[in-house]
Design a binder for this molecule. Sequence first.
Ligand SMILES: Nc1ncnc2c1ncn2[C@@H]1O[C@H](COP(=O)(O)OP(=O)(O)OP(=O)(O)O)[C@@H](O)[C@H]1O
Ligand SMILES: [Mg+2]
Length: 445
Amino acid sequence: MSLRARISTPEEHGSRGEDGHLVASYRAKLLEEIDLAEMSALAAAERRARLERVLGHIISREGPVLSTVERSQLIRRVVDEALGLGILEPLLEDASITEIMVNGPDAIFVERGGRVEQLPLRFVSADQLMQTIERIVSTVNRRVDESNPMVDARLPSGERVNVIIPPLSLTGPILTIRRFPRSFTLQELIGFGSLDEHMVYLLAGLVQAKFNIIVSGATGTGKTTLLNALSGLIPSHERIITIEDSAELQLQQTHVVRLESRPPNVEGKGQVTIRDLVRNSLRMRPDRIVVGEVRGGESLDMLQAMSTGHDGSLATVHANSAEDALTRLQTLASMSDVEVPFVALHDQINSAVDVIVQLTRFADGARRITEIALLDSHGGEPYRLATAARFEAQPMTPDGRVYGTFRHFPLPRRTADRLYMAGQPVPQAFGVARSADQLATREAR
Ligand SMILES: Nc1ncnc2c1ncn2[C@@H]1O[C@H](COP(=O)(O)OP(=O)(O)OP(=O)(O)O)[C@@H](O)[C@H]1O
Ligand SMILES: [Mg+2]
């Protein structure tokens, strides 16, 4: 195989193969002669031009016999690796990839269409991977080293990057890149089989009638995506305040205030938490508060806000079922510095939370709403959840797909009345329960 073919074969790009060594050795020679840090003041194009010129000299000085094309490809690749993100570049450009997971230099996985696959790519060494990681985190003025072995950051282009290195990681430097999630409309989510049109109709009524809605699910089940789609249903005359750890929501309304928390700086100062932002947002005359993810003491402030007139709030929480979501909110609220008796928190949740939308990621990568539950209990009563919709899965097919159907159940009288008073019809697929035994309810403590 000619050098040219080998250089341009993507599968071998960055491999340990012969040309991987060639690229690595020229890269090393180049970096010996040039201090990249000194060049950081230069514009990107100028930096590249200089590296190419120096590398051209190095190759002429000692290089193999190359055709013009081979030579320019070698130069491009070496400079790409010295300057850019090397083998990650084409992955970042590939729009079908939603997540890039680098588990040390030898194992690169990507997620595409919900499925995770390993790619036949590797970094030449852990050092090379580390240099790539340093280049990524330095673009957001962060650094990663032994005293600072974990970094979580959002790139200017929107990707979320997480880095953890040895000794915390036992398999070399670990890099996880989450592409900035594309936003989807509820109609598009119907197309993915994540919910059906009756559920959209119900959710639209609930959002417009200002029910407080909690989107619940495990990591990567599509909470933020659904929160974004649901927020899209908020009428455009309302003032919306969004609060997130890393700003992912992309609301289309004009009257939106976006707040983002801030981690402590290198000296451990200047932290602004979700909780600080929730408290501050209450003084900003919000019509709606949308909290990206509730994961701490802000649960208490949010529940208090929800039960004292800030109706129509939306939030996500990390939980595996609707009842889990309630207990999790309660536990998180009890973590707050204000001491509230556990029983009082229970009351608070009963009066604050109206709807829980549970998401699940299935083995075939599909993300679905597995339940829409209405909280139908009051005061100190045990939580009573009335299922309005549920996904009933069938056993997995031999090709690993999961099919199933959405079932709909009558709504509690209280929910129907509230929809009615807000001028929202009760969708026919659900109807209203005439007596308690028509409800699909369960209790939880
Ligand atoms: N209903 C869906 N169908 C298909 N893909 C989806 C769906 N919802 C989300 N996704 C994709 O799944 C990935 C994770 O989505 P998202 O960020 O919304 O999840 P999350 O639950 O908020 O994750 P995290 O727990 O990390 O915050 C994204 O790539 C997103 O585009
Ligand atoms: Mg999320």
